[in-house]
Design a protein around this ligand. Structure first.
Ligand SMILES: Nc1nc2c(ncn2[C@@H]2O[C@H](COP(=O)(O)OP(=O)(O)OP(=O)(O)O)[C@@H](O)[C@H]2O)c(=O)[nH]1
Ligand SMILES: [Mg+2]
Ligand SMILES: [Zn+2]
Length: 224
């Protein structure tokens, strides 16, 4: 009987559509970030703060993935008119085709950077290429200091890692030194930035984003 390699084909098809997305975005000069983090780590809060902080300096569009509701898009659309919510139903990650469909709703010629807030999940979003330039991983301290070590694939694949909710460090058991060491062991070349979005402490992220995105001059040269 003929064997049908279903999973391989799904990923291959995804990669092909991701390549098309990458080509579309590069031609439009849009730098694209795939933001991957656990549920509730502060992805939308960070993007709200980023849109406010970079208003008038960088034109940012957002695609946001959730199983249900348009709540994140509603929050973000107060700060950008280029926000698209993707509801995945039972899907626990975004795929390249969903992004391709959503891109039809974005006026790419008016955009410098696109941030794709993936479904809150630390596992399969890592494996699905969306056509991004870079992947940013995100954790928060309330999840525990072992989460980087437990999700090595995300740490290996990320170009930048964010640890959020540092304002909670006095109240939750979280060994920051251990977390930093785990990250450095898994991916020594990747920068780790520690933020408190709640307290408006997002400067290292704003600096990093401003460095990789060159408004009006197309996306920075990146390997993926
Ligand atoms: N203490 C503290 N709370 C924060 C911080 N950033 C975000 N929050 C809170 O964390 C909760 C989740 O924030 P969201 O921005 O919705 O998180 P998310 O990662 O987008 O969540 P999902 O999209 O549901 O996965 C909200 O109640 C935020 O107010 C922070 O720096 N410190
Ligand atoms: Mg969110
Ligand atoms: Zn999934």
């Amino acid at each position: 009987m003929k064997e049908i390699p279903v999973i391989e084909n799904v990923l291959k098809l995804n990669d092909e559509v991701a390549s098309l997305n990458r080509q579309t975005l590069r031609e439009a000069g849009v730098f694209t970030v795939n933001l991957i983090g656990s549920p509730g780590c502060g992805k939308t809060a960070l993007l709200e703060a980023t849109l406010s902080r970079l208003k008038g300096r960088m034109r940012i569009a957002v695609l946001v993935g959730d199983l249900a509701t348009a709540r994140d898009a509603e929050r973000l659309s107060r700060r950008s008119d280029q926000v698209v919510q993707i509801n995945t139903g039972k899907g626990c990650h975004l795929d390249a085709n969903q992004v391709r469909q959503a891109l039809k709703r974005v006026e790419l010629h008016r955009v410098d950077a696109l941030v794709i807030e993936n479904v809150g999940n630390l596992i399969c979003p890592v494996g699905f290429d969306l056509g991004q330039d870079i992947k940013v991983g995100m954790f928060s301290v309330s999840e525990g200091d072992d989460k980087a070590a437990k999700h090595p694939h995300l740490i290996h694949e990320s170009d930048l890692l964010i640890l959020n909710k540092t304002d909670l460090l006095p109240y939750v058991p979280f060994n920051l030194q251990q977390f930093r060491e785990d990250v450095a062991t898994l991916n020594g070349a990747m920068p780790l930035i520690e933020l408190s979005v709640l307290q408006g402490q997002i400067d290292p992220w704003i600096r990093w984003l401003s460095d990789v995105v060159r408004p009006g001059r197309g996306s920075a040269e990146q390997s993926r």
